[in-house]
Design a protein around this ligand. Structure first.
Ligand code: DGJ
Length: 736
């Protein structure tokens, strides 16, 4: 039993394999958070030390007890209006415009399996794998009921949370904030690790101390965004990759979000994650319910690598779905950087022929195959094959590609519309625009109102026609602008504070229809690269194009940042041409291959322009990826620390679950004259195991490789790559 309620001390304890999470119904029915961390036994509420603190008020019932203050107590789900002046998880506004409520414990239930999330993505598992606790809090005066939902995936050290809010009163009640998870800590000096960026440079990790005040990360762009990712880590300040306590929260949602970390007046820390409260005001009619999306939490006391691995396993096996979950993804070639919009059917077949000869398995036809789409100014919304441009039907083109020996994939951008399109001319009101105001344009396009069912249905049926009339194995679903001018043009009263939530539900409904109608289709997510790289999308699209930046060196930081919260199997990564189109940098084909292999591997260039020697290397890379894919996709991933400050390189490795083999990868960042030797300390091997370094006769023990390290061979020039495969040859100390 992972979830235990003890009536004698009114504690709810959630145990996973290595962690404990606990809360307690305290005086006056307030639900306090007592502990989250390494596994413990017993009532942890002794950690909460109450003091009389000036300007921190007390509930009326506390009478002369001035030590019970919601302003200083660690809470499970704090709300505005009862004396907590920190950033809170929840707020409502009633029909008279009065803000706030006072939530008290009402009841609970515990059951096997998972709570429901209507229309939303979420962690899944069997009844045996998951146990659920629902705690109901309520404020009868305001007329609101809040159900806190927790599911425990014991084996993975993961706890998921979601919240249902019900209007139990007679008038409209507006939810103005509803975080999905709150974590309060009574002590500790923490760093927050967050993942910021921009288009072409996503998920850059920044580690910064938590200071007094509120640190806030989020998106109001309609999608989870390039600028901040909905994944946060709170780590004790001495936490490293392999030591120390850390907590991660991944928001399983693809729209506006808000993550907050606050150190309060007495150095306690609060972390919140949930739907963005800006531009959010969700009206609930009497009896109606709002479901706040899911947040997945994990804690590790063994450092950041193990925390990441918890999220990797969670996403790989309990969020991603479909037949591609564990099998190898086809090695593909995408024509985007080879042709941009300038192609016809013949050019595409030539790219496919070249690629097929070298071993590539699928061609993905990117933007430009539909409507009047020869640039980014027109055509979006007209999902009708441009047969004149292709010189044939889509069915015929897919057949030609199949005859070349390759599978065929297609790019789409369903949520968007060009003003210069037949769809816009027929339905201008389907695009977000505020009456009387010119909408903001971005990449010359507007956003379709996917909160409207008929819009989603129309786009789905136009695309369904294309997909079902050709042999299509793969879809790349793009989204190339942030959302503005949110206004829904349907008649009657509309609460525009809920449209962006309903928009995201519309996107999920579209994807659900595609997944259901085409169960054999592999769908890759994309938003100008990693602008919607989140656990919510991964429920429908088990892989996401990680960045429009294909420069191998910049990709090191992007992919490393991504790896904190997301598995390698989720990362789309391609070898492209040099000088790189985004940075102008030149790196070797070998380095580009090694970096792209830290993801779902593919190519995005005209292979015809490569030299014969380079083509041989491409064949070798494809053979290597076929050999190592399982280790890369399903193995444990480690970010490696490099001994010595004077070495500039990035290193990472993949280790098989049974530690019988590993793949070590190193890329040098600088060229040095007479420089020091770099040593990488490997991780995850069997201490007593003996490992042969492929291509050599050298055999080293796991302990030597992990504690002594592996010397990196001298490589002349910057941006050089080294990849070495280790195979265990038995447990023999003699091998040392
Ligand atoms: C942005 C994507 O990230 C690119 O890979 C490409 O598909 C373009 N859109 C096409 O418009």
């Amino acid at each position: 039993m992972a979830i235990i309620y003890k009536e004698e001390n009114k504690t709810f304890t959630l145990h996973t394999r290595k962690t404990t999470y606990q809360m307690k119904v305290a005086s006056y029915g307030y639900l306090l958070h007592t502990y989250y961390g390494k596994k413990t036994e017993g009532d942890m509420s002794y950690l909460i030390q109450r003091r009389d603190r000036g300007f921190s008020g007390n509930p009326y019932e506390a009478e002369s007890d001035r030590t019970f203050s919601l302003d200083t107590l660690p809470q499970e789900y704090s709300c505005q209006g009862n004396g907590d002046f920190r950033s809170v998880a929840f707020n409502v506004r009633n029909a008279q415009g009065v803000y706030g409520c006072d939530l008290r414990f009402r009841n609970y239930r515990i059951y096997q399996g998972k709570y429901e999330l209507p229309g939303l993505p979420g962690v899944y598992g069997t009844e045996e794998e998951l146990e659920t606790l629902e705690i109901t809090l309520a404020d009868e005066n305001v007329g609101v009921e809040v159900v806190l939902c927790y599911s425990v995936l014991e084996a993975l050290d993961v706890i998921t949370r979601a919240v249902r809010v019900k209007n139990t009163g007679a008038e409209v009640l507006t939810v103005t904030k509803a975080a999905s998870a709150e974590l309060d800590f009574v002590c500790g000096d923490y760093d927050v690790l967050h993942f910021h960026g921009r288009h072409g440079m996503e998920h850059v990790m920044e580690r910064t101390p938590v200071f007094h005040g509120n640190q806030s990360f989020g998106s109001i762009r309609g999608a989870s965004s390039h600028q901040h990712n909905p994944f946060l880590i709170l780590a004790q300040q001495n936490t490293t990759e392999d030591k120390g306590e850390c907590y991660g929260i991944s928001f399983v949602y693809s729209g506006n979000f808000h993550g907050e970390v606050e150190k309060d007046q007495t150095a306690q820390t609060r972390m919140l994650m949930g739907i963005q409260d800006q531009m959010f005001a969700y009206d609930l009619a009497a009896g109606e319910t709002f479901t706040a999306p899911e947040a997945a939490l994990s804690c590790s006391s063994e450092g950041l690598s193990s925390l990441s691995q918890n999220f990797h396993r969670l996403i790989r096996y309990h969020i991603c779905r479909g037949k591609f979950q564990k099998v190898r993804r086809p090695i593909l070639i995408n024509n985007w950087e080879a042709t941009y919009f300038d192609f016809d059917g013949e050019k595409i077949c030539n790219i496919a022929r070249q690629a097929s000869e070298l071993g590539v398995e699928m061609l993905v036809l990117d933007d430009g195959w539909f409507g009047q789409r020869d640039g980014d100014v027109s055509g979006l919304g007209d999902w009708v094959v441009n047969e004149e441009k292709l010189g044939c039907t889509m069915g015929e083109l897919s057949e030609k590609i199949n005859q070349i020996g390759m599978k065929f994939g297609l790019w789409i951008e369903p949520e968007m519309i060009s003003e210069n399109s037949d769809l816009y001319r027929a339905h201008p009101d389907w695009a977000f625009a505020i009456p009387g105001k010119n909408p903001v344009r971005s990449r010359h396009q507007l956003v379709l109102d996917f909160s409207r069912e008929e819009v989603v249905d129309y786009i789905y049926s136009s695309l369904e026609k294309v997909i079902s009339h050709a042999n299509i194995s793969y879809l790349k679903m793009d989204m190339n602008r942030s959302i503005t001018d949110v206004y829904t043009a349907v008649s009657g009263y509309q609460n525009h504070g809920k449209i962006l939530y309903q928009f995201v539900l519309g996107v999920y409904r579209f994807l659900d229809k595609i997944n259901t109608r085409f169960p054999d289709l592999f769908v890759e997510g994309c938003s100008g690269g990693g602008g919607r790289f989140d656990a919510g999308m991964l429920y429908y699209t088990p892989q996401i194009w990680c960045s429009d930046n294909t420069d191998a060196v910049e990709r090191l930081a992007i992919q490393k940042g991504t790896s904190y919260g997301y598995p390698i199997s989720a990362v789309g990564s391609h070898v492209s041409i040099v000088p790189n189109h985004q940075t102008g940098r030149v790196t070797s084909l070998k380095t580009r291959g090694v970096v792209a292999m830290a993801g779902s591997f593919g190519y995005e260039l005209d292979l015809g322009v490569l030299s014969e020697e380079e083509k041989e290397l491409v064949k070798q890379q494809i053979a290597d990826y076929r050999k190592y894919w399982n280790l890369i996709q399903n193995g444990d991933y480690y970010r490696l620390e490099v001994a010595g400050k004077d070495t500039a390189l990035e290193a990472w490795m993949f280790v098989a679950e049974d530690a019988s083999e590993a793949l070590v990868n190193v890329v040098t960042l600088e060229a040095r004259c007479n420089g020091p030797v770099a040593y990488v300390k490997l991780r995850g091997l069997k201490e007593a195991g003996s490992y042969r370094l492929e291509g050599t006769h050298q055999v080293l023990s796991g302990s030597a490789l992990m504690y002594g390290g592996l010397p990196v061979p001298h490589m002349n020039g910057e941006y050089q790559a080294w990849q070495v495969h280790l195979t265990e040859i038995g447990e023999s100390a003699e091998a040392i």
